[in-house]
Design a protein around this ligand. Structure first.
Ligand code: HEM
Length: 435
């Protein structure tokens, strides 16, 4: 690993400042200029960037037990505690088995009706011709859906509170990426923002638990499962994790997909025609319609390729090991960047183009991990089928009613924090779609 190629680094901070200036550009240049395994440094921490799908496969599956989560995700324990995203080892194994039931295909199919109801109500509130931030709307949709399906409650009034808490908590991310980030996040103003965000999430969680207790037994949602099987502290961690993981990424994916469609009216018209054909003129999809919406699903898939909400995955070596024939000393951080691999011309011809048709027809012969928006191995996203169902149904509801136009002067700027989000919103103008 000592002789891996990589960008020049300054002695004290390594490559931290280059990374801080432009995280997506830095990782892309690193891979394109220095190859499929490139080395750089953040302060004293050695980082290896793996951008070949076979190496990603090895990291996330074959050698997954040699690695723990990245230091950044471990620090996220300050907010998420020992929830499913951050727990490790036996605790993770036990909890994953238990929580899996709430995410089975059959269970997700039952959530579909709520997903459609919520989407119909949200898009029904739009004013024809008035620009709107689609991201704010999809946050509202996915958070409301998470509340109703996973926690058996209404979160309609709490959207601003949760959105603010997410912004506060994510404000720590750029600081954590600095050398001594661990120390810096404990200083103002970051410390204050993270505390405020965490306190807001704690208050909401306490309210959900209280409401649940008053609702009595006999419920079947995720919250019931958590409260029956976990002690209060551990249940709190799982609730906060599911509250955030269960809405934030899907909201961004939908906001990116809608913005891409606004810029590609002919694809948009094809999707609208598909929805009308599959669901009739009312355009209210049901779960059984999903198989008749391949283009809508392909749009979601292509949006997840170009703008993966999980834009990079990090792991840290527990002991010395080897990946892709590279010797990895203990403590090294390995990055598997969806942003880079999903835009690699070796697997994706014309990689920057929005072309959902690449996900239709027979699957081309490309490596499994050329596309991994939901990760892989035992830590693969537990909510994947939830996200596909919600994503495709919500897009179908939007496009059955509205034609989205871009708003001049309001470009989409992806902001790579712990997840990739539209930095300044995802602005579109909704016009009624003629019958
Ligand atoms: C488009 C939407 C989504 C994307 C792109 C996404 C992506 C991911 C990725 C890449 C991971 C793996 C992280 C790692 O290994 O370090 C993950 C894990 C996870 N996701 Fe998702 N996710 C999405 C939606 C959801 C939803 C809807 C839920 C819950 C309802 C959810 C809950 C979780 C949880 C709890 C984990 C941790 C799983 C474990 O470690 O066992 N995600 N997600």
């Amino acid at each position: 690993m000592a002789d891996l190629p990589g960008p020049a680094a300054s002695p004290l901070v390594g490559n931290a400042l280059q990374l801080r200036r432009d995280r997506l550009g830095f990782l892309t240049r690193c891979a394109r200029e220095h190859g499929d395994a490139a080395a750089f440094r953040i302060g004293g921490t050695a980082v290896v960037l793996l951008s070949h799908p076979d190496a990603v496969h090895e990291l996330l599956t074959v050698r997954q037990h040699d690695f723990g989560k990245s230091p950044v995700l471990r620090r996220a324990r300050a907010v998420l505690g020992d929830g499913l995203l951050t727990s490790e080892g036996d605790v993770h194994l036990h909890d994953r088995r238990l929580l899996q039931t709430a995410f089975s295909r059959q269970r997700v199919a039952r959530y579909a009706e709520e997903m459609v109801d919520v989407a119909v109500a949200v898009v029904g509130s739009w004013t024809p011709g008035r620009p709107l931030d689609l991201h704010a709307q999809t946050v509202r949709t996915t958070l409301t859906v998470a509340g109703r399906t996973l926690f058996g409650t209404r979160l309609d009034e709490d959207v601003e509170l949760v959105a603010g808490a997410v912004r506060d908590v994510l404000s720590a991310y750029p600081v954590l990426m600095l050398p001594l980030g661990d120390l810096l996040v404990r200083l103002p103003p970051t410390r204050g923002r993270v505390r405020r965000g965490t306190a807001a999430l704690d208050t909401l969680t306490a309210r959900l638990v209280g409401e649940h207790a008053r609702g009595g037994p006999g419920r079947e949602d995720l919250l019931s499962l958590l409260l029956e099987d976990f002690d209060p502290r551990h249940a709190r961690d799982q609730v906060v994790t599911m509250l955030l993981a269960g809405h934030e990424t899907t909201a961004s994916a939908l906001a990116f997909a809608g913005h891409l469609l606004a810029g590609h009216p002919s694809v948009q018209d094809r999707v609208a025609a598909e929805v009308r054909e599959a669901c009739g003129d009312g355009g209210v999809p049901m779960v059984d319609d999903l198989e008749r919406l391949p283009l809508t699903r392909a749009v979601m898939a292509e949006a997840l390729r170009l703008y993966p909400p999980a834009w990079t995955m990090g792991r840290q070596a527990r002991a010395s090991t080897k990946v892709a024939d590279v010797e990895i000393p203990a403590g090294t951080v390995l990055l598997a960047p969806q942003w880079v691999v999903h835009r690699d011309a070796r697997w994706w011809p014309d990689p920057e183009a929005f072309d959902p048709d690449r996900f239709l027809g027979p699957a081309p012969d490309r490596p499994r991990f050329a596309y991994f928006p939901f990760g892989g191995g035992t830590r693969q996203c537990i909510g994947e089928s939830f996200a596909w169902t919600e994503g495709v149904l919500t897009l179908a509801v939007i496009l059955a009613r509205w034609r989205l136009r871009p708003v001049p002067g309001r470009p989409l700027v992806p902001d790579p924090l712990l997840t990739l989000r539209p930095r300044d919103g995802s602005w579109v103008v909704p016009e009624p779609r003629p019958a």
